[in-house]
Design a binder for this molecule. Structure first.
Ligand code: PMP
Length: 438
């Protein structure tokens, strides 16, 4: 496949844009480097690059594009919003409509506030939790990603529950000291952390179903235990559902029937993003009324935004959720994902390639290893070189995946059986080539 134009554009981009990309996840650093593909156009399940090559897309822009690219209902909503004036700086009726839709789908959200990204949403839930509890520390889980604000760019030290170490230059050690990191699915690690630092812990924050080191389910009882331990300690529970809300069904983790929990798993605060903006920039957070009343102008916790709740993002979000309310859309994405993952597994097995697939409805992750993936340590302990080789073989056969061994494949409402057939054909050829290279 000829990608000369992408290579030239990458060289040009490097001169003007730091690293040539506007988000590090877009670079090919984790898959051996070189020029990322410069896409020119997208529609439905497909991408076309600057050299005219066509790809089937499973990146879905890291999640938001659940209805496929350029969905006509969303495109029409954005066009209408643009024609009515792009940004007002005043409240609009549209904001009420989307807020009501979110509240109906996510019962723990008595009150909502719109922001511009998942990062902002998460960052503000932490501020609100700190204001409400008058405590400063947060507990997070290793490998969960919560955006790029200082407090959550903190990695685990060694040991089952540790004070964090900065994961990025520019994050002061003093801030990392405010974060305790525990392995996912490890209730005893959480208990230990709360025994040690409990009186200081404002919130326990979690991706209740993980999307950032593969797709990883909480083990039965994990979320129940987490909520109970946090609440007994006087800490709030924050669910970061930037990836997961509206991903597996029309709602969030607290209403997801696929979880084997019997007790309450209701969070105090939820952070949202991605799908709820239909592809335009958005974030939102919300929760119980008396917690949310900490937020300005009602309360002392400040949060503002020039672009927050802008009519274009809100209109796109409403349109996207309307598509997702359609009969059987999640079942169809799941049906295709089952076909795809079963085919991938058979093909990998046939060629002696170790592959573990974690699938949750229409989303799944592929891990080059023979062990199950239930936490970050296990996700790290997989063959990155093999993933890089698979990624490149698939790309060269017209399949666009995220260039990272931790990221998910997303089915959209635009994918078809023909897409799955073509993808399985590409995978069979890729595994065959990889087996021959071994
Ligand atoms: N939380 C989670 C769970 C995410 O996956 C992401 C983005 N991948 C974020 C927060 C940050 O969202 P954004 O990129 O919109 O700032």
């Amino acid at each position: 496949m000829n990608r000369t134009t992408s290579e030239q554009l990458y060289q040009e981009a490097l001169q003007h844009i730091v690293g040539g990309v506007n988000s590090p996840s877009r670079s090919f650093k984790a898959v051996g480097g070189g020029a990322p593909v410069f896409m020119k156009r997208a529609g439905g399940s497909r991408f076309w690059d600057e050299d005219g090559n066509e790809y089937i897309d499973y990146l879905a822009a890291y999640g938001p594009i659940i209805t496929g690219h350029a969905h006509p209902h969303i495109t029409a909503a954005i066009t209408e919003a643009a024609q009515n004036g792009i940004l007002y700086g005043t409240p609009t009726q549209l904001e009420i409509k989307l807020a009501k839709m979110l509240k109906e789908a996510i019962p723990s959200m008595d009150k909502v506030r719109f922001v511009n990204s998942g990062t902002e949403a998460v960052m503000t839930t932490i501020r609100v939790a700190r204001a409400y509890t008058k405590r400063s520390k947060i507990v997070k889980f290793a490998g969960c990603y919560h955006g790029h604000s200082d407090l959550v760019l903190v990695a685990a030290g060694s040991g089952p529950s540790t004070l964090g170490i900065p994961d990025s230059a520019g994050v002061p050690g003093s801030i990392a000291q405010e974060v305790i990191t525990v392995p996912f699915n490890d209730l005893s690690g959480l208990r230990e952390a709360l025994e040690k630092w409990g009186g200081d812990v404002a919130a326990v924050m979690v991706e209740p179903i993980v999307g950032n080191f593969g797709m990883v389910m909480p083990e039965p009882g994990f979320l129940e235990g987490l909520c109970k331990l946090a609440h007994d300690n006087g800490s709030l529970v924050i669910y970061d559902e930037v990836i997961t809300a509206f991903r597996f069904h029309y709602g969030s983790t607290q209403t997801y029937a696929g979880l084997d929990n019997h007790e309450d798993i209701t969070p105090d605060l939820t952070a949202l993003g991605k799908i709820i903006g239909g592809g335009l920039p958005i974030g939102a957070y919300g929760g119980r009324k008396h917690v949310m009343e900490q937020v300005a102008p009602l309360g002392p916790a400040y949060q503002a935004g020039t672009m927050a709740g802008n009519p274009a993002s809100i209109s796109a979000g409403i349109a996207c959720l309307e598509v997702l309310q359609g009969q059987g859309v999640y079942e169809e994405m799941e049906r295709l994902a089952i076909r795809l993952t079963e085919g991938l597994q058979e093909s990998a097995d046939r060629h002696g390639i170790p592959l573990t697939i974690n699938r949750i409805r229409g989303a799944f992750s592929t891990h080059f290893c023979a062990h199950p993936i239930t936490n970050y340590e296990e996700a790290q302990d997989t063959d990155g070189e093999m993933f890089a080789s698979f990624f490149r073989h698939m790309l060269n056969r017209g399949i666009n995946l995220a260039p990272s061994k931790y990221e998910a494949w997303f089915l959209t409402t635009a994918h078809t059986d023909a897409d799955i057939d073509a993808t399985l054909e590409a995978a069979e050829a890729s595994f065959q080539a990889m087996a021959a290279e071994k």
